[in-house]
Design a protein around this ligand. Structure first.
Ligand SMILES: CC(C)(COP(=O)(O)OP(=O)(O)OC[C@H]1O[C@@H](n2cnc3c(N)ncnc32)[C@H](O)[C@@H]1OP(=O)(O)O)[C@@H](O)C(=O)NCCC(=O)NCCS
Length: 139
């Protein structure tokens, strides 16, 4: 089940974030974003196992963060969260969705490509130890 995030979910979200990224966001970033309309969690048997955060900027939707608990990957949860974001973007009449992904993360790029995203730019030194690819898809 995908539902809006609340402060009660943040301990688990922060745990997943730390297991997922070499430079995880500080917990205060999540606390400051929890009221955002585009912060959703994926709940499985009453446990939060993934999350997505996106924001609409004029007619564009920016996916800021997406992550799934390592024990629950490769089961389609990341795809469900992406599809959910695509559906929300269509309902909000956005024209395009974009995100940044580490250049070294070829598997993650493959997942985005499967969902219709294409590489549109390279952002040098975007991450502390990697470049980013900007990926976009029309809604
Ligand atoms: C990227 C991420 C969110 C993907 O989440 P996920 O839940 O594993 O994604 P999915 O299961 O939908 O898709 C992953 C793979 O599983 C496959 N898959 C999808 N549904 C499946 C199912 N029901 N059963 C088995 N495999 C499935 C997909 O085809 C995909 O395969 P691929 O390796 O051939 O591309 C997750 O790997 C993650 O949290 N990574 C660390 C954080 C990160 O890098 N975030 C992205 C920042 S840009």
């Amino acid at each position: 089940m995908i539902r809006a995030a609340s402060t009660r979910d943040l301990n688990q979200v922060i745990k997943i974030e730390k297991m997922s990224f070499p430079n995880p966001w500080h917990k205060y970033i999540f606390y400051s974003m929890v009221q955002m309309p585009g912060f959703f969690v994926y709940e499985l048997k009453e446990e939060v196992v993934g999350y997505i955060i996106f924001e609409k900027i004029e007619e564009y939707v920016h996916i800021i963060n997406i992550s799934v608990h390592p024990l629950h990957r490769n089961k389609g949860i990341g795809s469900s969260l992406l599809q959910f974001c695509i559906n929300c973007s269509a309902k909000k009449s956005a024209i395009s969705i974009f995100l940044e992904v580490r250049e070294k993360e070829k598997d993650v790029q493959k997942l985005y490509k499967m969902h219709g995203f294409r590489i549109s730019a390279r952002i040098k030194d975007y991450y502390p130890n990697d470049h980013a690819l900007l990926m976009e898809r029309n809604v």
